[in-house]
Design a protein around this ligand. Structure first.
Ligand SMILES: Cc1cc2nc3c(=O)[nH]c(=O)nc-3n(C[C@H](O)[C@H](O)[C@H](O)COP(=O)(O)OP(=O)(O)OC[C@H]3O[C@@H](n4cnc5c(N)ncnc54)[C@H](O)[C@@H]3O)c2cc1C
Length: 491
């Protein structure tokens, strides 16, 4: 079994050079995932000097580890948003998702991007007899003339008792899509890969962005599209967000069906098919929980493997996991947070649409054009008491994980080949490989000083507070940390 995402297999891409000098520009985009590349695409024809920096390679982040669905049918989202706000807000969110799907389809068509796009039926299903939560969603569909059908069985015979079925959804290979965009825009926008930002600070009327290699970029406007913003934004991140992880397996099956499904149950199940070079894969995602809960990922992996075998009689060929940023009110944060400083985050596991939307909204804001979704996603939107009921829970989960790991560092997820101990007064994590070499790193996440947990499946050090991940030699894989955890060289 391969421990990698199915989307990158066989896709050709070459690194663009990293930035090795100080430069200045009009607009700097930090992060080349769905949000950053969508923004770069929307701005590519503007008369501005635009730079995009990416710490690894474009598309290598969360986007290349998702399930590649492009849909407005996002569990029972409209009911959820209506209960946090009102039906009008739900309707505006629905419009925004349809608009985003339309934009992605247009980009694919206009530029002939080959990314295994196909139209699918979409399902939200439940294994319960009749799930009352569905009724309000159905009301929303009815009021807004969304064609739907109520069915009991799913086309792939996965156990279900109640399901909503709709037509207008798509599935694609998100990595191929992003590599396609990168190739379209790279002659118009300066893209630097293997270029990691470590800080953003305001100087007079421009921003100074420092890089891990000591270089700096000065820019009039900066858009942070790094998935999780790399700095703390008071009363926004981490306060109004939490990080949830999800596990995905993909295996060869006999046939591919043009469907995508998500369950409304606990644990949540997400499925779709992918047809590549005559091979048919079923992509099966399972369980979603906060990074602060269930710290030993081996259990999640085992459950996923067992279920795949039980329901489909097959083995998993590719296994990967990733996380996404969840907001307390189910709406993303896309927009301006300060003069000429923009963020796009909190996509609640629907970043293929919301990332595309980030490109449209932020480009309009930067170019001082109107955008009808500006207020809906405004990161500084006001909150009232009934909308903040999730907040204590979000912060208690993360806070308790922080404290428990500080108090009890040697819980049973550590085994003989992994140790945590004080070396010269510094708390270190040690992984001993099969040749008995010791890989010693700092055990403290540079982001907010949480103690790191060893992940036996991927052999990485993971942060149980906000999801930063590091390899056994201390190199940063995922943020929000911008720093490595190497003992000798902290950059
Ligand atoms: C299991 C799972 C399945 C999902 N499936 C779907 C789906 O089917 N459909 C859907 O719509 N959404 C889905 N999502 C959600 C979606 O994957 C994310 O919301 C989306 O990919 C986020 O895009 P992004 O551009 O914000 O982040 P990313 O794709 O992670 O891009 C951010 C980029 O910024 C770079 N970066 C980070 N820090 C720095 C730095 N300091 N300097 C420079 N660069 C930096 C990273 O390397 C990365 O390439 C899923 C999420 C999960 C967890």
């Amino acid at each position: 079994m391969k421990r990698e995402s199915i989307w990158t297999i066989g896709v050709k891409d070459e690194y663009l050079p990293s930035l090795q000098e100080d430069i200045s520009c009009d607009i700097l985009i930090i992060g080349g995932g769905m949000a950053g590349l969508s923004l770069a695409y929307e701005l590519k024809d503007e008369d501005k000097k635009i730079v995009l920096i990416e710490k690894s390679s474009c598309g290598s982040g969360a986007t290349s580890h998702n399930t590649g669905k492009l849909t407005f049918m996002q569990d029972l989202i409209y009911n959820k948003i209506a209960s946090n706000y009102n039906e009008e807000t739900s309707k505006l969110y629905y419009d925004s998702q349809i608009k985003a799907i339309g934009e992605v389809l247009k980009i694919i068509k206009d530029n002939k991007i080959s990314c295994h796009l196909n139209k699918t039926k979409s399902y939200v299903f439940s294994t319960k007899d009749e799930d009352k939560d569905f009724n309000k969603e159905i009301e929303f569909y009815k009021k807004n003339n969304i064609n739907y059908r109520v069915v009991s069985d799913l086309p792939n015979n996965y156990p279900s008792k109640y399901a909503l079925e709709t037509d207008f959804s798509y599935a694609f290979n998100p990595y191929e899509y992003l590599v396609g965009i990168k190739n379209i825009i790279k002659d118009k926008i300066n893209i630097y890969e293997k270029t990691r930002c470590v800080s953003v600070s305001k100087k007079d009327n421009f921003y100074e962005v420092k890089l891990s290699n000591g270089r700096k970029i000065t820019s009039k406007a900066v858009a942070i599209t790094s998935h999780y913003p790399m700095f703390i934004i008071p009363f926004l991140t981490p306060f109004k967000t939490k990080v949830e992880k999800f596990f995905i397996g993909a295996g060869l099956v006999d046939k591919s069906i043009d469907i995508q499904m998500i369950s409304h149950d606990e644990p949540s199940i997400s499925m779709r098919y992918y047809n590549k070079d005559k091979d048919n894969y079923l992509i099966y995602g399972r369980r979603s929980h906060s990074v602060s809960k269930k710290l030993d990922v081996r259990e999640d992996f085992k459950e996923l493997e067992d279920e795949y075998k039980k329901y489909f009689g097959k083995k998993i060929d590719y296994f990967y996991h990733t996380h996404d940023i969840m907001t307390y009110d189910s709406l993303p944060f896309i927009g301006k947070i300060k003069d000429n400083l923009y963020i796009a985050t909190g996509f609640n596991k629907w970043g293929n649409t919301n990332g595309a939307l980030s490109g449209m909204i932020i480009s309009d804001l930067i170019m001082e054009r109107d955008n009808k979704y500006r207020e809906l996603f405004d990161p500084k939107r006001s909150i009232s008491f009934d909308k903040i009921k999730n907040l204590p829970l979000y912060n208690i989960e993360t806070g308790s994980s922080y404290v428990i790991n500080k108090l009890n560092p040697n819980k049973n997820y550590y085994e003989d080949d992994v140790k945590v101990k004080l070396i010269n007064g510094k708390r270190c994590g040690i992984y001993i490989d099969k040749d008995k070499n010791e890989h010693i790193v700092s055990n403290i996440c540079p982001h907010m000083k949480c103690n790191l947990i060893f992940n036996y499946v991927d052999k990485t050090w993971d942060c149980p507070c906000h999801g930063s991940r590091f390899d056994i030699d201390g190199n940063i894989i995922y943020g929000p940390s911008v720093y490595n955890i190497k003992i000798k060289d902290d950059k």
